[in-house]
Ligand binder design. Structure first.
Ligand SMILES: Nc1nc2c(ncn2[C@@H]2O[C@H](COP(=O)(O)OP(=O)(O)OP(=O)(O)O)[C@@H](O)[C@H]2O)c(=O)[nH]1
Ligand SMILES: [Mg+2]
Length: 1001
């Protein structure tokens, strides 16, 4: 096997992998049928899981292999053993035997293989064991054995023995006699030391002693000279004796989770090693003894405390898999790119800021994980996209001079009237318009919009001209009308400023003024940097100010503690479930994580760990400020600057970009193109050429600008990828039009739109600003428009031509409007009611629905009465309901956006404020959102369907794509905790108010 040429390597590895994995399942892999020389007609009965008793076929004496697995048996009929005269292989796994059945002893020396795994054995009869003289394979795993009888050592033909997952504290001395044993599994027992008897087993090739508290290995373990595969995971070894390094045949070695701080110097003698797992140890330095192991193909060093990787790692030329995640590695050696055979490179969760040049050489890497590193070079966004993007970036960097461009996104958040906008004006020293009260209004026609918040705004603020440091300030309007679009602006790498009105703050209002905002940011950007600014300080007394700031500080700490404890508790439940065996977990539907696989549990555990490790970085103390006091404002400015310039907090601000990328960005924001709402891809490509970027290199530059929030470029959308939305402030203005929700403002805009239209068509006698049109015509138009506004605010419905009027000042050409509507759909803000997928409307008016506007509490019931069968037959139908539950926070706008996202999958839909009735084909589906009722009942979102029992799969098919769409949306909230359950259909049918929930992981 060793020493094969590289073409063969892969085959060899595949073979070894398969062997390793199959080892535990070996008995599964055998042909699990009842067979005999002449064929057996009775098989079906034996395989039936409910067989109350065994009905054996007549020609039983010919049977050689008998599989009675999975039958719930507690005993077998008397005399069976003597009747099975030819039997060689007996499989009794997954039954309920508390002791070896008499038949085993009767079969005695015929048997060569016996599998009694997954039973309830608590004792092994010495007599029965002693009778099995010819046995070659014995599987006793997953029982409750506290000890093994000495007679086991007399089974001198034994080649494979599995006694894993029992309660063994010792092995009998006679074990030393198993001289032919090749494979031994003793893992997951209660051994307290390495059993010395095993040192006599010189034929042993595979040994698994994992998950025992061995607390060390004997020096003379070197006696196991034939050992190729050794599993020692979680054995509390602490150190390895030097004798260990004499195990010269070793090919695969699992040493994870052993508290190892170092490896013996002679470790490099294990020259045949191909796979080595050293994860979850305490290694602070990359063990030098690994470097001469030139044959290594897989090396796992996850979850240690490594701070660096040596240059000489390039000597491991055969390496295919290298896992270094969750260490403290600050940089990688340049030579790592020489490992050109690498297929898996996992670097997640380190401190890597810069990747070595020529990363593109690692082009074979298919599994690439780099998340959670403070990457600057290439930028994080580039690194996340994969090796080809890194390669393109590095090529670019080689082409042009790097240039530093400090720029930081600053988000102002907080309740309505918290003081965000005034603070922004004061900080950025704009002319302070309408400061502390509005001015007089001129009387014009159409009437001016009423004073009020302009909605979300984005502005640029050069905070430090000497360094060119610029903030891009996003002022996120506090009104909940903007909730659907706000999340689009919450992105990683920004500085979040949470603004609180200290004059109106009181401790009881903490959850609505501070707590919920922190939850929201944390769910979207888990590691975000937040500072809290208290406004209206001039309206508070000195002591009041101090008390309120302290209270906010204290309640933030409390909330954080409460959340972290909640998560730890949840993680603990997962741990406990994991500690229990899968079968035990599946024994009762009331057990925590009933029926959930170990793999999914581990994934869940990892997510909790991630949530616990990625808390918000909330800077203290609370900063009080009065917008009337220039000195306080200056202090706040200085504070924001010092935070922004902190290299540890915002490493990105100091990153280096290819000069051409920076030029490209600047060109996009220069006149005349700066004023346009979007550029075609070709326009952008022309700018790229000016910046020295050829078309093929433009893609990665644009995609970086998109990821870092400078512009929008949807490279995955066929409808939108031909356009670059570079004018964010105009785009935001347009979004604001839809989300202001103010009837008079909307009407005003529409009137403006129509009057402009009349003028353009030459129907208006004079300019609308000079004199109003004829009253009758005007009144008619106004009534009609009023109607549309009402329909919009109540049902979220607007026809395309009215949308055009609304957007008149922003959008002129029809095709621009079309594009804009595509964008709104892509953002999940509205969908077209009457447009079949991809087909034109043939002249009829397109109607758009904005789900966040729907006001009616329940969908119109007609939608269902007209339907196929609901009214009469629901009592025979089985209910299927999947429920997502959100204990900490529900993503704002999620239900509205989800309503849009499912539109492609459903027909005949009818929307309510909190519920959607629709059909998938002919199958009814219901999506419901239930807002939280206090702490005990969290927010839930459920997807339901029903069908008669024989057709229940149609209900599953109906909801599956809807579930997938929801999962996609939820990926935008990496810091969110939610659970998924399948509700018990019996409870639902009974109409129980608290149906039982099965984990739906
Ligand atoms: N006295 C005093 N008034 C302030 C201060 N900051 C803001 N205000 C006033 O508080 C009111 C609300 O301030 P805005 O800046 O509009 O509040 P906002 O957070 O932008 O509100 P939305 O845009 O609706 O989310 C305005 O009338 C401001 O003039 C302050 O420090 N002192
Ligand atoms: Mg505002």
């Amino acid at each position: 096997m060793a020493g094969t040429d590289s073409g063969n390597l892969k085959t060899v590895r595949l073979w070894r992998d398969a062997a390793l994995r199959a080892r535990k399942l070996r008995s599964n892999l055998r042909q699990l049928t009842l067979s005999s020389a002449g064929g057996c007609p009775g098989t079906d009965q034996l395989d039936s899981p409910d067989a109350p008793q065994l009905l054996l076929p007549a020609n039983i004496g010919d049977i050689e292999v008998l599989n009675l697995g999975n039958n719930g048996l507690e005993e077998v009929p008397d005399g069976l053993g003597s009747a099975l005269g030819s039997l060689r292989v007996l499989v009794l796994r997954r039954n309920r035997f508390a002791q070896l059945p008499q038949a085993v002893a009767e079969l005695g020396h015929h048997l060569t293989e016996l599998d009694v795994s997954h039973n309830r054995l608590s004792v092994l009869g010495a007599e029965a064991v002693g009778a099995l003289r010819e046995l070659r394979k014995l599987n006793l795993s997953h029982n409750q054995l506290p000890a093994l009888p000495a007679q086991l050592g007399a089974l001198v033909h034994l080649e494979e023995l599995d006694v894993s997952f029992n309660r063994l504290a010792h092995l009998p001395d006679s074990f030393a006699g198993l001289s032919r044993l090749r494979t031994l599994d003793v893992d997951h027992n209660q051994l307290t030391a390495f059993p010395r008897q095993l040192l006599q087993l010189v034929a042993l090739e595979e040994l698994d002693v994992s998950s025992n508290r061995l607390r060390g290995l004997p020096e003379d373990i070197s006696a196991l000279r034939a050992l190729k595969i050794l599993w020692l995971s979680g054995a509390e070894l602490g150190t390895l004796p030097s004798g260990f390094c004499e195990l010269a045949s070793l090919e695969s070695l699992m040493l994870d989770n052993n508290g190892l701080r170092a490896l013996p110097a002679q470790f490099s003698r294990l020259q045949r090693l191909k796979m080595l797992n050293l994860s979850s140890n305490l290694l602070e330095e990359f063990p030098a003894a690994l470097l001469p192991l030139a044959g290594l193909e897989e090396l796992y060093l996850s979850r240690n405390q490594l701070t660096s990787v040596p240059c000489l790692i390039s000597g491991l030329g055969r390496l295919l898999t290298l896992w270094l995640d969750n260490n403290r590695i600050r940089y990688l050696p340049d030579s790592i790119v020489e490992l050109t055979g690498l297929e898996e490179l996992v670097l997640q969760g380190n401190q890597i800021a810069v990747l070595p040049d020529n990363f593109g050489q690692l082009s074979r890497v298919g599994l690439w994980k780099i998340k959670d590193n403070p990457l600057i070079q290439p930028p994080y966004e580039v690194c996340m996209k994969g090796i080809p993007y890194i390669a393109a970036y590095q090529k670019e960097l080689a082409h042009s001079q790097p240039a530093v461009q400090p720029r930081l996104k600053l988000l102002l958040m907080g309740q309505k009237a918290a003081g965000k906008t005034l603070l922004r004006h004061c900080l950025t020293e704009d002319r302070v318009e309408g400061k502390l009260g509005g001015g007089g209004q001129e009387k014009t026609y159409p009437p001016s919009p009423p004073p009020g918040s302009k909605g979300i705004e984005v502005t640029s603020w050069t905070a430090d001209a000497s360094r060119g440091l610029r903030f891009i300030v996003y002022d996120l309007a506090g009104d909940e009308r903007y909730e659907v679009i706000q999340p689009f602006f919450l992105s990683p790498g920004a500085l979040y400023v949470l603004v609180v009105n200290l004059a109106t703050y009181e401790p009881l209002r903490f959850p609505t003024t501070v707590g919920s905002f922190l939850h929201r940011v944390g769910a979207r950007v888990p590691h975000a940097v937040v500072c809290i600014v208290g406004t209206h300080a001039d309206l508070c007394g000195e002591q009041e100010l101090e008390e309120k700031c302290l209270d906010i500080h204290r309640q933030i700490a409390l909330q954080e503690k409460h959340d972290a404890e909640g998560l730890s508790r949840l993680a603990q439940v997962v741990d406990e479930a994991l500690a229990r065996d899968f079968e035990l977990r599946s024994a009762s539907p009331h057990a925590a994580y009933y029926g959930v696989s170990d793999k999914n549990l581990r994934r869940r555990k990892a997510h909790f760990q991630y949530l616990l490790n990625h808390r918000l970085q909330i800077l203290s103390p609370v900063l009080p400020v009065s917008c009337r006091d220039p000195r306080q404002l200056q202090r706040l400015r200085d504070k924001l600057l010092s935070v922004a310039e902190h290299r540890e907090i915002f490493p990105n601000l100091h990153r280096v970009l290819p000069r051409s990328w920076q030029v490209l960005e600047e060109l996009h924001f220069q006149p005349p193109q700066a004023q346009r709402l979007w550029l075609s891809w070709w326009d952008s490509a022309r700018l790229g050429l000016q910046a020295g970027l050829t078309e093929d290199r433009l893609q990665s530059a644009l995609s970086y600008l998109h990821e870092s929030g400078k512009l929008l470029y949807f490279e995955d959308s066929p409808a939108l990828k031909e356009h670059v939305f570079h004018n964010l402030s105009r785009l935001i203005d347009i979004l604001n039009v839809f989300f202001q929700r103010d009837p008079s403002l909307l009407l005003h805009k529409l009137l403006l739109g129509t009057s402009g239209e009349a003028e353009a068509e030459g129907r208006a006698e004079s300019s609308p600003l000079m004199a109003p049109p004829a009253p009758s015509q005007d009144a008619l138009r106004a009534t009609q428009l009023h109607h549309y506004v009402e329909g919009f605010l109540l049902h979220g419905l607007l026809p395309a031509h009215v949308i055009r009027l609304l957007l008149k000042p922003h959008v002129q050409a029809q095709q621009d409007l079309q594009l804009l509507l595509e964008l709104l759909e892509k953002m999940g803000l509205c969908y077209c009611l009457n447009k079949a997928k991809g087909k034109p409307l043939n002249g009829s008016t397109a109607w758009y629905k904005f789900p966040c506007y729907v006001q009616n509490e329940v969908p119109h019931a007609e939608a269902w009465i007209n339907g196929t069968n609901l009214a009469g037959q629901s009592f025979v139908a089985e209910q299927l309901q999947i429920e997502y539950s959100f204990p900490f926070t529900f993503p704002p706008g999620l239900f509205a956006r989800y309503s849009v996202q499912i539109n492609n999958h459903v027909v005949h839909r009818s929307d309510g404020k909190l519920q959607i009735f629709a059909y998938r084909g002919k199958v009814p589906v219901v999506v419901s959102y239930r807002p939280a009722k206090g702490v005990l009942q969290p927010d839930t979102l459920s997807i339901a369907s029903h069908a008669s029992l024989p057709n229940i799969w149609t209900a599953w098919q109906a909801i599956t794509p809807l579930v997938e769409e929801l999962n996609v949306l939820l990926q935008e909230w990496p810091g969110l905790h939610y659970t998924v359950h399948i509700l018990c259909s019996k409870c639902l049918k009974r109409g129980s108010p608290n149906p039982h929930a099965f984990p739906g992981l």
